[in-house]
Design a protein around this ligand. Sequence first.
Ligand code: ADP
Length: 629
Amino acid sequence: MAKQEFQTEVSQLLQLIVHSLYSHPEIFLRELISNSSDALDKLRHLTLVDDKYKSLVGNGIAPPRIDLELDEEKKTLTLSDTGIGMNEEDLISHLGTIARSGTRNFLAQLSGDARKDSNLIGQFGVGFYSVFMVADKVEVISRKAGEETSYKWTSDGKTGFDIEQVSGPDARNTAGTTVLIHFNEDGAQYANSWRLQETVKKYSNHIAFPIFLTYDKSEWNAEKKESIKTRVTEQVNAASAIWQRPKSELKDDDYKEFYKSLTGDPEDPLFWFHTRAEGTLEYTTLFFIPAKAPLDLYQAEYKGGIKLYVKRVFIMDDSRELLPQYLRFVRGVIDSEDLPLNVSREILQQNKVLTSIKSASVRKILSELKNIAENDQDKYKQFITEYNRPLKEGLYSDYLNRETLLDLVRFKSTKVEGLTSLADAKQRMQPEQKALYYITGGSESMLRNSPLLEIYKKKGIEVLILDDEIDEIVFSSVPTYGETDLKAVNKSTTGDDLKDDSTPEKAEELKPLLEKIKATLGEAVKEVRASSRLADSPSVIVSDEDEPSARMRQMMQAMGQKGIPELVPTLEINPDHEIIRKLLLDPTSSKVEDAAWLLFDQALLLEGVPLKDPATFVQRLNRILNQTI
Ligand code: ADP
């Protein structure tokens, strides 16, 4: 027998699982059953599309089922499936190492709060190891479909595992996996048939395969007048595809229970949309919105969850093919009557049937969300708190549904507490207001205090605060909302429509000062001009309509983009500001030079741009300070 050590991460994970999840040990059963169900799905698919496996049915491949066998006395539970199985290599790599880098995030995110952590377990797919919450020894005997040999993997879940070939009565007659659990003290409570039935019903009722429990049933024998134990095998779960049942037959609890067994999420979903399409294409969809966005939603390894079925046969669960990327938080199933069973991933990408199902599903999901937004604001608020950002990604990528998405996203604003819709902001527009304004490129407090907002505040015009990192990229590609223009206030031409009439005269008066400042700053600025958008601040920088802003440049740089042209902004100064009025008394004096740089540098700082030469900035500041004290 070869003793092998767990990969370091596995040991770490085992430690954490065992120590942080003790209040939810029952999830081990859900995790093992879900692994069996996946293994059965995989094999069923192969037997439908691959002749090699087709020919093995009835001879090496048994009908799909999951069996639980309980020995109350020995305190053991055997869980077997007739699924795809694992060979020696699979056992080592699947049960001895952690391939996915997502697990490292998992380790980092464990909080010690059992409720949150048991949720994480499902999300990061570390399911199998949860068995060590209830076991002090686990044996896995498995035979891979298409192969003859059975292997046994044994571990105490502490340091490592043993692996050996098995034959005789220990070996499996058909493909599949048997997990033999020796319960520890905490797990002993599950060596109880009632407890097992209850747990299977709770988490795995809608697993598409039958789950049987074999146990010693106590029955009253009227003749002998005593209770006798009989070994019985009973089916425990409903094993039906709930999405195929008519809506009228299903209760909220049925949906919730199915959602939990599908996703492993212990919380109820926020809402669900169940649709049956009949007509040129026949299909059923059942989509769920989880109450909380998964923590890894924004990571590359995020594994979403739409499962594709063809006539109730599982085909695949790659959400990237089944819904657009921005809807990756939606969970559920699509079951089509029209696709061939042997569709491959490559074919699916260009398959017209799937393309139509996909676009109809997107429209359906978005219109249902709009419905909720209009009719149940509390629910919608919960939804948008979690999913505003992915919807914004959609604005960028899903041009066809842009108008609907614009109605769904929400914004912070200078006018209302919490979040607002564009429709509401439009309602609040002032008579002279020609566009909906927004500001991007910084943290919320930076944006709220930006000098760029001063004129809008003065005129009572609302500005939307777009402080999400992706806002600038997304909204620079969204020019209008319906008939109304959407304008960024940090662009050079925005705000021109708010100018008051005295601006041209002031420009004349300012000319010598503006020229002096431009001459001082030289190539550092594109232009120096009088501003019509400032009230309390002396200066501000703006960029041209089609140029990335200062903040955007920083992001591009951070993402490693090369060859970004240097920022050469336009400096605007406030002709009514006291400092500027004083400078105007002697606009060509050499004093203006220090002032020019300070006006420019402070405007950069307020935009969140670090100064290139802070030492010189400080010297100038001190020179000026020195003159005033
Ligand atoms: P996950 O199921 O999220 O991948 P697990 O730790 O539960 O994580 O399982 C690891 C891997 O082990 C699975 O991806 C699968 O390849 C394999 N596996 C686990 N249980 C079974 C089983 N009953 N039959 C076949 N393969 C299995």
